[in-house]
Design a protein around this ligand. Structure first.
Ligand SMILES: [Ca+2]
Length: 244
């Protein structure tokens, strides 16, 4: 007779988590396909590989970028033997001014549907909050279409008001965002995966922002008060596409 032993439970749980992971990986690749699909145009691409380590970033492959504060090209934080370079944003003191910010402007705004992906990394040795804003172009209102924070406590937070998952320090964190700005209501779908509980969902885009479309990405070490810690984080391989 078959009896459930603790080992069976472990196997069942392992299988469940294996298939759960497979499902998420399939969603990941579907989103990736949507990001890189053949009917889409790359409207922003910055891989940070063509500027020497220690320098501010040079021009992106596609689009325009600008930086403020302490923002430099750095070696791959996951594998120092890799030739892949990343961008490091550092807060050197609690009162750092200006804030360390990277801003990327798309060659043309996404007014209907499009996607953006990037990688992030928060080191356990000096973690600070990573804030990412997906915004209209400068002619639009100062309202983000979507805002995601990797919080210092490991939470993934959307629009300052919803904790939607968790991530781990010292892990690559993959962001995949798709916009459907002509939907009623306009929507953003996100998948953020970084060694914790994946953030995987949708959120409404404010109509005032959606009307102007997606025009720029801003990554920032936010001001968190005078007792904010010094620290740093990294981003890499930012690619935005328009499919309309
Ligand atoms: Ca790179």
């Amino acid at each position: 007779m078959f009896t459930k032993t603790p080992k069976n439970h472990v196997q069942a749980n392992s299988l469940y988590s294996f298939f759960g992971s497979c499902q998420k990986i399939i969603v990941y690749f579907l989103l990736l396909f949507m990001t890189l699909g053949c009917n889409s145009t790359v409207v922003f691409k910055d891989e940070f590989n063509s500027t020497p380590i220690g320098q501010p970033p040079g021009p992106p492959d596609t689009g325009i970028s600008s930086v403020d504060g302490n923002v430099r090209i750095a070696a791959n934080p996951i594998n120092s033997a890799s030739v892949d370079r990343w961008l490091r944003l550092r807060r050197v003191s609690a009162n750092t001014s200006p804030l360390s910010t990277y801003e990327g402007r798309l060659t043309e705004r996404v007014t209907k549907s499009g996607s953006i992906r990037l990688q992030g990394y928060v080191p356990a040795s000096a973690p600070i909050t990573m804030s990412i804003y997906f915004e209209p172009p400068d002619i639009g209102p100062p309202i983000p279409l979507l805002h995601i924070d990797l919080m210092k406590n490991g939470d993934i937070r959307v629009n300052d008001n919803q904790v939607v998952g968790t991530y781990q320090y010292d892990e690559e964190v993959v962001f995949l965002i798709t916009f459907d700005l002509k939907a009623s209501p306009p929507m953003a779908t996100y998948l953020v995966r970084g060694g914790g509980n994946d953030a995987d969902g949708s959120v409404q885009v404010p109509a005032a922002a959606a009307g102007f479309g997606f025009g720029k990405i801003r990554v920032q070490a936010p001001f968190e008060g005078v007792s904010a810690p010094a620290g740093l984080f990294y981003v890499n391989d930012i690619v935005a596409t328009k499919s309309e």
